[in-house]
Design a protein around this ligand. Structure first.
Ligand code: BG6
Length: 484
């Protein structure tokens, strides 16, 4: 369905995010017929480009990142692009942008800040200064929103002085992933799961976001962040919220976000007193990935002092009626054995077996939501082994793979999210109080790490992280899903 007429201004339009994600996402939405006839994408960066130079740059980006690029769609898309040179540091160029925007006053006006967070505040202030922020305006911020609670507050205050909360779209691209949205469909469009979705029936939950790549060219940024800030504060906590929240009364943005907020507030604190029992941090050393030798983190960074974690495993607990006593094991890292993101919901064992020992082990049910790659949902159940040999039981998957079930292209998260910005739908965006609550849980962990004598444990690139992370779950008599 077509969205309303809009102008979308992309700051950082010559950067990596625009190149890899934003331009391809916008191209696809246009090619699929979702853009209104006169929609414009106003690209802005510091470089001295003309409209034509920028189009050439954009064409290259699209050729690299879009499969099956179609010439006529490409030509139509490139016509939507305008380029305005803005130097944020000297505040030059904002008046030029305002002039271009004033050509069409009554359309939705999106400002996408695809730049480093240190520029968010200045850009918003300048947009306010030149009068570019009207009632149709909205701003999109990429993470990181701050590096701790205090800096997030300062940033949100600055942006909030120019834009109202209903105009601020804090992107967490994990919320735009098809399978993540599907988690809500699974929980709330089926009668099957919700009655079992609590401590009486669920033993524990595992959330893994494992990457096989290292930090590569992003070492500069990454070293100031680390895995806890880069992945847990946002993506992983958002996934945890969607698994754990109470049913919202509707898909309305505030209903969903109110429920997520309650989960974040109910997280049991981790700090000096329980840090060693509940957290493991790691840093990758040289090893092998996809068969080739790869350097360690410190070599990539060119600094052997760094204590930044490239891996983290946590045992989180949600202190409320539904989840009391159910651990949520969270883990993420770079240079792990495989790229895999999944949520594993481990049900409790059956209370009593009517089968004899010849039936074999009865494994408790498990629901696996695979976010990537090979998106899908799998339910592991017990069945009888076929044949006349008596009652022998076996675990089999009831499997639903998106690629097999739907022969359509799986849209990238950004496609959905950018269009939601134009539609003004904030359901899949983080509200300010969610960001604050997430930092309130993360800050004491960071503080405790900072004073801890322990440094991140080394792990060989291409493995599943430090052995201490295995011990974290084994201490509780459990195993990570890939070890079963
Ligand atoms: C980003 C992190 O938010 O998410 C990156 O900053 C990480 O470090 C990326 O690689 C992972 O996203 P995806 O969609 O590839 O799983």
């Amino acid at each position: 369905i077509e969205v309303q007429e809009f102008d979308l201004v992309v700051f950082g339009a010559s950067g990596d995010l625009a190149h890899r994600k934003l331009l391809p996402a916008l191209y696809h939405r246009d090619a699929d017929g979702q853009m209104p006839e006169n929609a414009r994408i106003i690209c802005s960066a510091r470089r001295d480009y003309t409209d034509d130079d920028y189009c050439d740059w954009a064409r290259t980006a699209l050729q690299e990142h879009v499969k099956d690029l179609e010439e006529d769609h490409l030509a139509r898309f490139l016509k939507r692009l305008r380029y305005v040179k803005i130097d944020v540091a000297t505040a030059q160029g904002f008046e030029d942008l305002k002039k271009v925007l004033d050509e069409r006053e009554d359309v939705i006006r999106g400002f996408y800040l695809a730049v480093g967070p240190d520029l968010f505040g200045t850009i918003c202030e300048n947009l306010g200064r030149v009068g570019a922020v009207n009632d149709h305006a909205r701003v999109v911020m990429e993470k990181p929103i701050g590096k701790d609670g205090a800096s997030a507050k300062a940033l949100n205050d600055t942006v909030g002085a120019v834009f109202k909360e209903e105009q601020i779209f804090r992107i967490d691209h994990y919320l735009g992933k098809e399978t993540v949205q599907n988690l809500m469909a699974l929980r709330f469009a089926n009668a099957l799961f919700e009655p079992l979705w609590n401590a009486a029936h669920i033993d524990h939950v595992q959330i893994t976001v494992a990457e096989s790549l290292g930090v590569g060219g992003r070492a500069g940024y990454y070293d100031t962040a680390g895995a806890l800030r880069d992945m847990v504060q946002n993506h992983i906590l958002q996934l945890l919220c969607l698994v754990a929240m109470e049913p919202p009364e509707s898909m309305n943005a505030d209903s969903v976000r109110d429920e997520k907020l309650k989960v974040l507030k109910a997280l049991s604190p981790i700090g000096n007193h329980n840090l060693d029992k509940l957290t493991v941090r790691g840093q990758y050393r040289a090893g092998a990935s996809a068969g080739g030798a790869v350097p360690g983190y410190l070599e990539e960074l060119g600094n052997d002092e760094s204590r930044t974690e490239t891996f983290v495993a946590l045992k989180a607990e949600i202190a409320n009626w539904r989840w009391s006593g159910v651990p949520f094991y969270l883990r993420t890292g770079k240079r792990l054995a495989q790229r895999v993101s999944e949520i594993v919901v481990q049900f409790r064992p059956i209370p009593h077996s009517i089968f004899g020992t010849e039936a074999g082990k009865i494994t408790a049910n498990r629901l696996i939501i695979r976010l990537q790659p090979d998106e899908g949902v799998q339910m592991q159940i017990m069945i009888k082994d076929p044949g006349p040999g008596g009652m022998r039981l076996r675990q089999v998957p009831l499997d639903m793979s998106f690629a097999d079930a739907f022969k359509v292209r799986n849209p990238d998260a950004y496609e959905r999210l950018i269009m939601d910005v134009i539609r003004g739908n904030q359901t899949l965006f983080m509200r300010r109080d969610e960001v604050d609550a997430a930092w309130s849980w993360i800050d004491p962990i960071l503080a405790a790490w900072a004073t801890s004598k322990e440094t991140p444990k080394g792990y060989t690139a291409g493995t599943w992280g430090p052995s201490a992370s295995i011990a974290l779950v084994e201490r509780d008599g459990r195993t990570w899903s890939e070890d079963d």
